[in-house]
Design a binder for this molecule. Sequence first.
Ligand code: PEP
Ligand code: MN
Length: 339
Amino acid sequence: MIVQMKPQATRTEFDRITAFLIQKGFEIKDVSSQNIMVFGIIGDTKSLNATDLEAFEGVSQVTRVSTPYKLASRSFKKTDSIIKIRNGLEIGGDKFIVMAGPCSVESYENTYEIAKRAKASGATVLRGGAFKPRTSPYAFQGMGVEGLEILRKVADEFDMAVVSEIMSEDMIEAFEPYVDIYQIGARNMQNFHLLKQIGARTQKPILLKRGLSSTIEEWLMSAEYIMASGNPNVILCERGIRTFEKYTRNTLDISAVLAIQELSHLPVVIDPSHAAGKYSMIEKLSMASLAVGADGIIVEIHPDPEHALSDGAQSLKLDKFDHMMDSLKKLAEVLDKEI
Ligand code: PEP
Ligand code: MN
């Protein structure tokens, strides 16, 4: 961290802040010139908050040069992390993983029909919400544990992995027998208690969605919470962020994939469904996800979106999903990726 003092700062003010830092175990590298007092803080500055230091009189600006996250950072681990899901299925290598399924689990029959088509087209992970974070308390809230049972049963019939959203740490033990990947939703990205508990109580992969209005640094700090609590198996998911634009449900930040790959070793997937909110955009956004170098996608599909219990407008009909998978396979060949 670099601390720049105000032009009118006094020597006493400089001595006060440097003494505070030395007392905390940091080394001070004074690089002041005749006109301005500037110093570097040497040591593990993860626990230091730049804005807290600005409370010291005489301080003009505090700049962080190392990242506030460590375990999630590219400098901590140079090679890409490959995360094992189950039965040889991995994410983060040369493969482009497709996770597909309904927004919400609705019934055994519906889930079976979806999974059968999804698997036949090349999806390897079955998604489905059993506990739904709905904006309205009057909207369908999900089938609960019965939904998880359905997902597991159906996924096993087609040798697929299961990803489903957990909203509370109370449910970790209930989820454990049913899911292969725990999803933390956008609305819970900064539920730090949930992040700590999930990090400490399971070793299964965690799909961490980016918060609705979170910066990339905040998102990586949330990954750090899970990793620092004991679970290194974090998969990041860009699902669109809130902007001033209203035509789409959210704005897909496709460059976030490249930013994550520069800053972190963790795999990153895209959710075009919650980003666009419109089924007509899903195929092209999925192709863009593959082209930009994401490790996979998670998409909502449904045999009858008009009657889906949630997110029908962004759910692909099954024949449209098949079409999208054909397009992705053609593109994957050109890009030397495997689906
Ligand atoms: C979902 O995947 O169904 C979901 C609610 O996603 P998000 O948390 O990204 O809104
Ligand atoms: Mn949804």
